[in-house]
Design a protein around this ligand. Structure first.
Ligand SMILES: Cc1ncc(COP(=O)(O)O)c(C=O)c1O
Length: 387
């Protein structure tokens, strides 16, 4: 078993429910390290762009194998700032998978561009490169929007098929921006999320594999010019600390206390990823003949932000797990085109995404889940499935 050092005292559980996420156990385990780092920030008082932010950016870039990491205020802001730095604007089409969190399309619409929904692959749940090619050709032929960028999502922590997606991008002169909000720590072909596309955005929302204690995110890129634009945009469009706004910007910085929390967590992140994968393997082995378990292609590693199964009678299984005290979640109950907020971008022909909304169920997975707890989840799934 991967050694995630246990907390000396776990917070008392008020019942024996197994939570989908449990941040308090991790907090108890890392309590001393986190408090020491936060105390340092309180003492020096540089709450915005303090030294911890610079150190975090260096360590994130090294971890991912990317040239630049720029820490920002959230995953959604990371996407939006990246789109602004790329010059994406009204009249542009940005191709996004239809099965993802609303923030993916929201970021595109927020810069005035139009998200174009692309169906996903039924096995990986990630953007289907063949459907992408068709969508780009269709939008170009219609002539109303200019195809401009592709935003694949690494759903549940599994990197999208970047080689195939980059090939489509190259054929049509588009830029790839990875929505790696769920996949920091994931890998493809020996490279880590954050270094799989020319520019990537990730999230440090508390329940993400690497999460802070508030909102946070980062942009990673090889491109120095884009990195410089991102630094300006996250800080009111200014160069450095000067007061002149060179470009349109926003309040998009990660605050120093969040950077301090992330530095403490980054020290144990590899161990936590190993524990996530160990738990996933335990679920796989026990459940693979009963439900559809995640498929991880050769050469890929998931960061297991979520462990998501597919099952026909999903709602009945969720009810049974709820009754057995097992926390589980529906990610996602709606495909993007089914959200009222995106009505103006609605399209037909997204059958895989629609089917997944009826069949997916995420089971508890976090690095502090114990083997007996994993076994209790497994037993509850087997019981509910009559196996
Ligand atoms: C795929 C995806 N994109 C974007 C985001 C937005 O990240 P944040 O919540 O940090 O703004 C999330 C977060 O849940 C996400 O899962």
């Amino acid at each position: 078993m991967a050694q995630v050092r246990p907390a000396t005292a776990l917070p008392a559980a008020n019942d024996d429910r197994i939570a989908l996420f449990d941040l308090q156990r991790q907090r108890a385990r890392l309590d001393g390290e986190i408090k020491t780092r936060i105390d340092t920030v309180l003492a020096h008082g540089q709450f915005i762009l303090g030294p911890e932010v610079t150190l975090l950016e260096e360590r994130l870039a090294r971890f991912a194998g990317a040239k630049n990491a720029i820490a920002v205020s959230s995953g959604r802001d990371a996407l939006m700032i990246a789109l602004m730095a790329m010059g994406v604007k009204a009249g542009d089409a940005v191709f996004v998978p239809a099965f993802t969190f609303a923030a993916t399309a929201g970021a595109v619409a927020s810069v005035g561009a139009s998200p174009v929904f692309v169906d996903v692959d039924a096995t990986s749940f990630n953007m289907d490169p063949a459907a992408l090619e068709e969508a780009v050709v269709r939008v170009a032929a219609a002539g109303k929007l200019t195809p401009r960028a592709i935003m694949p999502v690494d759903l549940y922590g599994l990197p999208a098929d970047y080689p195939a997606i980059q090939a489509v991008a190259d054929r049509h002169g588009l830029t790839v921006l990875a929505d790696a909000a769920q996949s920091f720590g994931g890998e493809l072909g020996g490279r880590r999320a954050g270094a799989l596309a020319p520019i990537s955005a990730t999230s440090f929302y508390p329940t993400k594999p690497l999460g802070c204690y508030g909102d946070g995110g980062a942009i990673l890129t090889e491109d120095e010019t884009l990195a410089e634009s991102v630094r300006m945009i996250r800080s009111h469009g200014r160069t450095g600390t000067g007061d002149e706004a060179t470009v349109l910007g926003l309040t998009g910085r990660l605050d120093t206390i969040q950077a301090a929390v992330l530095l403490a967590k980054l020290d144990v992140f590899d161990l936590e990823l190993a524990r996530r994968r160990e738990i996933a393997a335990r679920y796989d082995a026990a459940l693979k003949d009963i439900v559809t378990v995640p498929t991880i292609p050769d050469g890929s590693e998931s960061a297991y932000a979520l462990y998501t199964i597919r099952v026909d009678k999903r709602d009945a299984l969720k009810e049974a797990l709820d009754a057995a005290g097992i926390g589980c979640g529906l990610f996602y109950r709606l495909a993007l085109h089914q959200h009222p907020a995106f009505r103006e971008f609605v399209e037909d022909g997204l059958p895989v995404s629609e089917q997944l909304t009826r069949e997916v169920l995420s089971l508890p997975l976090h690095p502090d889940l114990t083997d007996p707890e994993v076994d209790r989840v497994i037993e509850a799934v087997l019981d509910a499935s009559g196996a």
